[in-house]
Write a protein of this length. Structure first.
Length: 663
């Protein structure tokens, strides 16, 4: 019986890998013999599975067998590696720029020596908010998988990890994990372990769900080092916001020395967030007393929109206006209000109460049975419906948005008489941080540093404490204070003619999607890419293109006419699209083709709109209850699709870049 069970495990492993790698159905004749001796069971076959195991484990060997199942390991198939790598490389926000490229090549050189040498290699990459640590980490992951390396990507952030799963699909769970996943790992089991957000490393991997026999005193960082031949840590030493998160450059270096690893260190300094303004982040650090910098006064010279608003209502109105203009925008707050569990019907409690202003926090992690339209915690920052809740630091850390609104609570105040920052535990609802004793002020400072630095284009702040607001105003240059107090409405962008060149003759295979892409009317693109297996590239016009994004197969240029997407896409703008749409469609600007409706503006079955959907749980999965195609321009009504079938709307391509107008 023991050998039979062992054979069953091997067969199941084989079938699992085959199904990942191929499209043949499991009921194909070639699997008949294997399935006869080693049947597989789906979600509805729990009773049959129980009977099958009971018949074979009656001799009392059940526990050892189940332990072997739980401890079993597998390596990623080549096609799974290719799938994840392609998804990452085709995702337009994950493109390396300038300094990131330099560090990327240096790390690759270090990895090559580590993979083929006997000594462990540890790489530490430091960078402040917006320097592109995660972009660099994800691109490194893609390159390693493309090369066939056994690479894993780990973080300590549930929200960030689950967002990656959402973008790249459930198959990516085999490669994107948590820091606490490596306790049972064998020594050097992973070729390269990329550890993003390494400041969130904890003392151990134990948690309240850990069984007593599985608890360990082994430091979590040592588990990561032991599991990998090469470990790459991306870290910001000033982003620790909980007392049990102890990740730091010094902590990693100490344990790397203990295992005799060779350590390489790199720094990212150029800001790609906050409008490219390292001055704004430096000003935050100096103002909060986190570190002394040359940026004592904020002068607004870098073009980053920093605004102080008088009320939370005004703050939310400003953020919603930016969202309506097509930007990503959210409201966040310090942890100064209790965080309730959802009601029995899945709705959220209005915990954040400031006078007449009442809003719920984002959903608590672990709650998935939520009312329609409420995203789970891990998707709050990326789901368009997240704008209806207030985000806490734990669900926003690691993300970036175009605009961030911050409600600065009374847990951190500036004492004008004493000229110092004061932490008030009575105003905090973060029970873990409140127990941090002398580290409370430091952790709350780091919390507001994280919140304030999430914006790429701007940050709006409402202060609960007037003395704190007065102090911040005193750190703003007099000429800039009028802008801070009296924000001007954003002007629509003025686009210039794009620098593309129409090719007189078809491009060579080497030129296609490297230096040039097809130029197509939207109607042709919608028809052609609706069936990607019958795309006739030879009949298209091609253009040589100068774009900010790396070109990929499936990209094309088309002109978008009409005013429904203004000011994000002006009437007559040339845009770069990518087909098919990878990962989640939620919140993306997409080209869609409708089956039973037309766009009232274009009178066509195809349209370019922002895609938003509401899903509901059904059995072990989910289904759409509604899909809404939204215009940016409020003059144009949305296109609602209620009770939709999957074939009622076909998503053809996603917007990559607005190139320009004219021509």
């Amino acid at each position: 019986m023991k050998s039979h069970i062992q054979f069953g495990f091997s067969a199941c492993s084989y079938l699992h890998n085959y199904l990942v790698d191929d499209t043949d159905p499991i009921v194909a004749p070639k699997f008949a013999a294997t399935l006869r001796d080693n049947p597989l069971f789906d979600a509805d076959g729990a009773e049959s599975l129980g009977s099958y195991l009971s018949d074979r484990l009656v001799q009392g060997n059940g526990r050892p067998v189940l332990q072997r199942v739980e401890d079993s390991r597998f390596r990623l198939s080549r096609k799974l590696m290719d799938y994840v790598s392609t998804t990452i490389r085709s995702h337009s926000p994950w493109i390396l720029l300038d300094e990131q490229l330099v560090v990327f090549e240096r790390i690759r050189s270090t990895l090559k020596s580590g993979l083929f040498g006997r000594r462990k290699q540890v790489v530490i990459v430091r960078g402040g908010p917006g320097t592109g640590k995660s972009v660099l980490a994800i691109n490194l992951m893609a390159e390693l998988l493309r090369e066939g390396r056994n690479a894993h990507y780990a973080t300590g952030s549930k929200a960030f990890t689950e967002t990656l799963w959402e973008i790249m699909g459930s198959r990516s769970r085999a490669t994107f994990k948590y820091f606490n996943s490596y306790g049972p790992a064998e020594f050097n089991e992973v070729d390269v372990l990329i550890c993003d957000e390494s400041h969130r490393i904890r003392e151990t991997s134990n948690n309240r769900f850990s069984k007593r026999e599985r608890r360990s005193t082994k430091p979590q960082v040592r588990e990561l080092l032991d599991a990998a031949k090469v470990a790459v840590f991306f870290i910001d030493d000033r982003q620790t916001v909980r007392p049990n998160e102890i990740g730091s450059t010094m902590h990693i270096r100490q344990h790397a020395d203990a295992v005799d690893a060779e350590v390489s260190e790199y720094d990212l300094e150029i800001q790609f967030r906050c409008a490219g303004s390292d001055g704004f982040v430096n000003w935050i650090d100096n103002t909060l007393g986190i570190r002394r910098t040359a940026n004592v006064i904020w002068d607004g010279a870098d073009g980053f929109a920093f605004r102080i608003v008088a009320s939370p209502e005004e703050l939310e109105t400003s953020i919603r206006r930016r969202a309506d203009e097509g930007f990503t925008a959210r409201v966040s707050a310090g942890f100064c209000w209790r965080w309730s569990e959802p009601r029995p019907d899945g709705t959220l409690v209005d915990d954040v109460v400031i006078g007449d202003y009442r809003r719920p926090w984002d959903a608590k992690p672990g709650n998935w049975r939520l009312a329609p339209g409420i995203p789970p915690a891990s998707l709050w920052a990326t789901d368009p419906n997240g704008i209806n809740q207030i985000g806490c630091v734990y669900n926003i850390q690691g993300f970036e948005l175009d605009y961030i609104g911050v409600i600065w609570g009374r847990d951190l105040r500036y004492n004008l008489d004493g000229q110092s920052w004061v932490g008030d535990k009575t105003q905090s609802s973060d029970s873990v941080v409140k127990r941090s004793k002398e580290h409370f002020v430091e952790l709350v400072k780091n919390t507001y540093r994280v919140l304030l630095s999430r914006g790429i284009k701007g940050c709006y702040v409402h202060f609960m404490d007037r003395d704190t607001e007065r102090f911040i105003r005193s750190r703003i240059e007099p000429g800039e204070r009028r802008k801070v107090l009296d924000p001007q409405p954003m002007k629509a962008p003025v686009l210039k003619p794009i620098p593309f060149r129409r090719l007189a003759s078809p491009p060579t295979p080497e030129e296609r999607y490297t230096t040039c892409v097809p130029l197509l009317p939207l109607s042709i693109a919608a028809g052609a890419f609706s069936d990607p297996h019958h795309v006739d590239e030879n009949s298209w016009e091609w253009v040589a293109l100068d774009a900010r994004h790396r070109l990929h197969r499936g990209m094309f240029v088309a002109k978008v006419t009409g005013r429904s997407m203004e000011p994000l896409i002006l009437d007559g703008s040339w845009c770069l699209f990518l087909s098919p749409v990878h990962g989640t469609r939620q919140g993306k600007i997409v080209l869609v083709m409708l089956r039973d409706q037309i766009d009232s503006e274009s009178n066509q079955r195809f349209t370019v709109k922002r895609y938003e959907s509401v899903k509901t749980a059904e059995g072990e999965g989910w289904r759409h209850t509604s899909i809404t195609l939204k215009a940016v321009n409020p003059e144009f009504p949305p296109i609602p699709l209620v009770g939709v079938d999957e074939d009622q709307v076909q998503v053809i391509a996603e917007l990559v870049e607005v190139l320009g107008s004219g021509g």
